[in-house]
Design a protein. Structure first.
Length: 259
């Protein structure tokens, strides 16, 4: 089955859907029309630029160019995730970037080399798709993990100090609060995993169907993607919470404030 290629006129007609949403909001007196219009215009511009950029990478078919493109997206993801955590802890970019890159390399590397096994591992078709999906989820998971870890530790400093005074190591004293942060990070991913194919058609599967892929094959790739995201999010959350927790202790294993 050959998918139909959308042209600019088709995309123009797609804005009719935005017009419906804006008209309904105006009718209801909800002041979001301007924000939706700006967001829609930005999304259209950004996605078209990305589309042309990916098309160029496809044509060049160079491992260095492909990895460079992924690196640029990973850098943007690191900056965005660090900014979302805010000013509660300084110089978080190295921690966040390390967690994102580790989760990305392990999960995507395993997916490409062990599961998909393409004829050439550096093919943009697989590397860019897997890395792009993982980075989208890693943005949220690292930001949530960082925010929750900082909040839990600062909220329970008295309890942590009590544990330390009773002989617990820093890792033992802080473990319950790291665990809470990791759980909070992974619950949305677990929920997505649990309901996929039951009450929703996931995005990757839906995109495959629109692209003319056989439904069973598209479902198989969706399973791989969900498992890959689960692994990368878990790795990143574990690293971020561990690194942030370590910053709260000095060289004498004493809890210190970072205010």
């Amino acid at each position: 089955m050959t998918p139909r290629v959308l042209d600019l006129q088709d995309l123009g007609w797609a804005f009719g859907l935005i017009a419906i949403a804006i008209g309904l909001l105006r009718w209801q007196g909800v002041g979001l029309a301007g924000q939706i219009a700006i967001a829609a215009a930005r999304a259209c511009l950004q996605l078209l630029v990305m589309g042309f950029g990916l098309q160029l990478i496809w044509q060049l078919n160079s491992p260095l160019v492909t990895i460079g493109g992924i690196g640029a997206i990973a850098l943007a993801t690191t900056i965005a995730a660090s900014n979302r955590i805010g000013d509660r802890m300084k110089n978080l970019a190295p921690i966040v970037g390390g967690a994102i890159c580790t989760g990305l390399i392990v999960a995507v590397g395993y997916t490409i080399l062990v599961v998909i096994k393409p004829t050439s591992w550096q093919q943009p078709q697989y590397l860019l798709a897997c890395a792009g999906i993982s980075l989208g989820y890693l943005l949220n998971s690292t930001a949530i993990a960082g925010e929750r870890a900082i909040g839990e530790i600062e909220r329970h400093q008295a309890e942590i100090e009590t544990r330390l005074s009773l002989g617990a190591t820093p890792a033992q004293a802080i473990a319950p609060y790291r665990q809470t942060a990791i759980k909070s990070t992974l619950v949305p991913t677990i929920d997505t995993l649990a309901i996929s194919g039951l009450v929703t058609i996931p995005g990757f599967l839906a995109g495959g169907l629109l692209g003319g892929v056989q439904p069973v094959n598209a479902a198989g790739y969706q399973i791989v993607v969900l498992f890959m995201v689960m692994a990368s999010n878990t790795i990143a959350a574990t690293i971020v919470t561990s690194a942030i927790a370590n910053r709260y202790f000095n060289q004498y294993a004493q809890l210190r404030s970072l205010d």
